[in-house]
Design a protein around this ligand. Structure first.
Ligand code: ATP
Ligand code: MG
Length: 478
């Protein structure tokens, strides 16, 4: 495996690159992967976008990074219906990415491949309309001004069927502005014989690494039209080195079929002129020449015609992509539901760690309430009786030191030994704490006649049970 082929292994559906949630991989190109992603905002706002993540091989090169970021920043200023809008660019955890408007559709390359597989070529009118659209978008980019008002000098450098997307509405848009320039900085990309299959669309001056201007893109448009009309690239084939040699030695591309109308052949020849000065000076000029050719040949399909054609020939690909989008959104919804559920669960236990204890304690209370209340009642009752008996005995002794225990006090003492909450035979000194534990509202043991309602308990000591519950227990029990 070559290092260029290694993508970030940690990128998977559900990964967030800043505000963008990756949903599913759409394609893996030479520079990286294109993801369908979702930008989620507040109040339910969401927007589908395309996120192109750049392979680490490129992203690790500091010069590449700074150039890509610079170029993408400039490209974001291109606003035109025939250019895919660059929305954002960023970097997170070493993942470099650009964000584009999401487009329903596929590349001209994909459409051409369909026809190549069946040994036929794209209808001429469709080819002309698609390239005319690309001319319009490219011209808008070439005309972009920099912050100081002078031309920004944008050159795409990779105009090819790969980078022209035909939308399901029949409108064609250019993608990947600024990427080729940065990529050109990586040595391996510019070494002869390894130009990643783009040799078929590259102007000779660009192939030798010379300075380029917008006319290098004019060559790219001509080469794209050539491929669409001829059914194969002008330069390329299996041996890239030979193709490069032909390109640089200005060997003409194989002649087009006689069935190709003369105006169309003239346009291709002019766009692909080896001398830069002989080409169309601007993409707008080339676009006008194509419009004229469409009129002359009476082949001028509308965007609606292109849309119908595209649907007819790429219907299965459209449906496949649609299914992938739906699947991506469904999986995202499931992930979110799962995350929300586990967040709610952890919130519930983090918010009040004692809540489960309280809950179990309340359960125990209700189960044992009657038993506890009964025991407390007995204990209080016996304690009061015991205090009364002891007080009576001391009182009797004071009056009659030799008097024996009365039957009433004997039975109270017997009751005290069987009471669970009071120690048997409490000595007089130990009765004091019991008394002080009684609420202040109590009038004391002497005021509580045996058999009367015991005093209300005060707030219970801190513990899992609530004081309210304790009071209620006592009240309910009595
Ligand atoms: N903005 C977008 N919206 C929808 N699909 C897109 C978008 N951009 C790219 N794609 C899809 O991703 C595919 C691959 O694009 P990409 O530019 O990564 O590959 P490439 O042009 O073949 O290679 P490279 O540009 O890396 O040399 C396109 O053919 C298209 O199907
Ligand atoms: Mg591309």
């Amino acid at each position: 495996m070559r290092h260029q082929d290694v993508d970030r292994p940690e990128l998977e559906p559900g990964t967030f690159l800043d505000r963008y949630e990756l949903l599913s991989v759409v394609a893996r190109g030479g520079m990286g992967s294109v993801w369908l992603a979702r930008l989620a905002g507040k109040h339910g706002f969401e927007k589908l976008v395309a996120v192109k993540t750049i392979l680490p091989y490129y992203a690790a090169d500091p010069l590449f990074r700074s150039m890509l970021l610079d170029e993408a920043r400039i490209a974001s200023g291109i606003v035109h219906p025939n250019v895919a809008q660059t929305i954002d660019l960023g970097e997170q955890d070493d993942v470099l990415y650009t964000v584009m408007e999401w487009m329903e559709g596929d590349s001209l390359r994909a459409l051409l491949r369909r026809f190549e597989e069946s040994g036929s070529t794209l209808p001429l009118g469709i080819s002309l309309r698609v390239v005319a659209d690309a001319c319009a978008g490219l011209h808008a980019a070439h005309e972009v001004l920099g912050p100081d008002g002078s031309p920004a000098g944008i050159v795409h450098r990779d105009v090819s069927p790969h980078n022209i997307l035909i939308t399901s509405g029949g409108v064609s848009k250019l993608i990947d502005f600024g990427i080729a320039k940065a990529r050109g900085r990586v040595a391996e990309e510019t070494s002869p014989g390894n130009i990643k299959g783009k040799i078929g669309y590259m102007a000779p001056e660009q192939a030798i690494g010379a300075e380029v201007d917008r006319r290098a893109d004019i060559w790219g448009l001509g080469a794209t039209l050539y491929h669409a009309v001829a059914g194969k690239p002008a330069y390329g084939g299996e041996n890239q080195a030979i193709a490069l040699h032909k390109l640089l030695s200005h060997t003409p591309a194989p002649a087009l079929d006689d069935s190709v109308p003369a105006p169309v052949r003239a346009i291709i020849a002019k766009a692909m002129a080896p001398e830069v000065e002989a080409r169309f000076p601007t993409a707008a000029d080339m676009g006008r020449a194509i419009d004229d050719a469409m009129r002359q040949t009476r082949l001028a399909p509308s965007h609606a015609d292109v849309a119908a054609f595209y649907a007819e020939h790429m219907g299965d690909a459209i449906r496949k992509r649609q299914r992938a989008i739906e699947q991506g959104l469904r999986s995202a919804a499931k992930r979110h539901a799962r995350d929300q559920q586990s967040a709610e669960e952890s919130n519930a236990s983090v918010a009040d760690p004692s809540s489960s204890v309280i809950a179990s304690s309340v359960t125990v209370d209700s189960e044992n309430r009657n038993r506890v209340v009964f025991a407390l009642g007995i204990a209080v009752f016996v304690a009061i009786g015991l205090i009364g008996v002891i007080g009576f005995r001391f009182g009797s002794r004071a009056r009659e030191p030799s008097a024996s225990t009365s039957p009433a006090s004997a039975s109270a003492a017997t009751a005290a030994t069987s009471a669970p909450a009071v120690a048997p035979s409490l000595p007089p000194s130990e009765s004091a704490p019991l008394q002080s534990a009684l609420p202040a509202t109590s009038s004391g043991p002497s005021a509580a006649p045996v058999g009367s309602r015991p005093p209300r308990r005060g707030p219970s000591k801190p513990g899992p049970r609530t004081s309210k519950g304790s009071d209620q227990d006592v009240d309910d029990g009595f």
